[in-house]
Design a binder for this molecule. Structure first.
Ligand code: KG4
Ligand code: ZN
Length: 335
């Protein structure tokens, strides 16, 4: 089955073609980062408009890359939620319109299920069951994954998502949007011994997270340095490092706990923050000690993309699932 995947939930237009026999045939991505950068964050109305401009050209591009035509498609999968409603609507209407014209099945997919299954596109794909750490701009969740669609929420952020905290700290450091990669790059120059930030909610049992206090802690540290006229470039890097260390440590403590409590030996880490180099390196060391192993998507499939939606959709389409109506779901719990 050849499935066209469409992702338009936020600020990336992603399209891909996945073949259940041959694997990923093509994928294309258009990022709206430059469009939103001057506003310091995603402007929903501009996002929807840009998806309408870019989506069909990207569909043509992946078909051309795979040397196929629309008639070669067997089904279409699109992100139905969660996300920005106008942006989701662009993908949903395009997918349903194309499917209707081609008389093929169509299915709305959960964006976080796409992230969760993204490592399945890699050569060494994790087998079920596993624990998944989903860390993106909108979500920070630990999920016990027993099989496709069989998810149990183990814990989640009670306030900001990890990616959101990275983005807000980037703003405090006057780094451009989206801040995660920028804070990570600045932290490379920082020294970990200068400041120690708290590891929120790690001193009590449970698998929930909280990142808003850490954000405030960072703000206070920066303010104090500014007042002391000591906020030079090294100090900024040291603060970025202290923040990143605290997020990474916190995530790892909870991952270890989730693996121990669930008895699982495999951990999937996906979503934008899973691109973070320090998180990956530190986590790999920590898991080896536990006799467990982490699985990640390749770099460009950590953040939003069409390939993960094509893959997740294909699994559900094979199982016979279909969507009858255009029904974007801006809020949609995974489990
Ligand atoms: O999964 P994603 O593309 O979109 C959502 O579904 O939210 O994740 C985007 C988030 C942003 O908050 C971005 O700052 C963060 O992932 N991010 C990173 C890194 N790359 C992206 N955070 C930390 N380190 C990175 N290298
Ligand atoms: Zn995402």
């Amino acid at each position: 089955m050849r499935v066209l995947g469409i992702e338009t939930s936020c600020d990336e237009t992603g399209v891909a073609l996945y073949d259940t026999d041959a694997g990923l045939l093509a994928d294309a991505l258009y990022s709206q980062i430059a469009l939103h950068a001057e506003f310091g964050g995603v402007v929903p109305e501009l996002a929807s408009r840009d998806h309408t401009r870019k989506l069909l050209p990207l569909v043509d591009q992946v078909l051309a890359d795979a040397q196929l035509t629309k008639q070669d498609l067997d089904a279409i999968a699109y992100t139905a939620g969660p996300g920005l409603v106008g942006a989701l609507m662009v993908g949903a209407c395009t997918a349903h319109g194309m499917a209707r014209a081609l008389d093929i099945p169509v299915l709305g997919v959960h964006h976080m299920e796409g992230h969760l299954l993204a490592p399945m596109l890699e050569e060494t794909a994790p087998a079920f069951p596993f624990v998944a750490l989903l860390v993106s701009g909108g979500h920070t969740q630990l999920v016990d994954v027993r099989g496709l669609g069989d998810y149990r929420l183990l814990g989640e952020s009670v306030d900001d998502a990890a990616g959101e905290a990275f983005d807000k700290v980037a703003k405090m450091l006057e780094l451009p949007y989206p801040g995660g990669p920028q804070v990570a790059a600045l932290a490379e120059q920082g020294r970990s011994e200068r400041f120690r930030f708290p590891r929120p909610m790690t001193d009590r049992p449970g698998l929930d997270f909280s990142f808003s206090g850490l954000k405030t802690h960072t703000l206070t540290a920066l303010r104090q340095l500014r007042e002391q006229d000591a906020l030079d470039s090294q100090a900024r890097a040291d603060v970025a490092r202290a923040f990143e260390d605290a997020v990474v440590d916190t995530l790892i403590i909870k991952c270890r706990r989730a693996l121990k409590e669930s008895g699982r030996e495999r951990l999937v880490v996906a979503g934008g923050v899973s691109a973070n180099r320090r998180l990956r390196e530190t986590l790999d060391v920590a898991l080896t000690k536990l006799g467990a192993r982490a699985f990640y998507p390749r770099g460009r499939f950590c953040t939003d993309n069409g390939a993960m939606i094509a893959y997740a959709g294909a699994q559900r389409l094979i199982a016979g699932q279909r969507s009858d109506a255009i029904q974007p779901r801006p809020r949609w719990p995974l489990a």
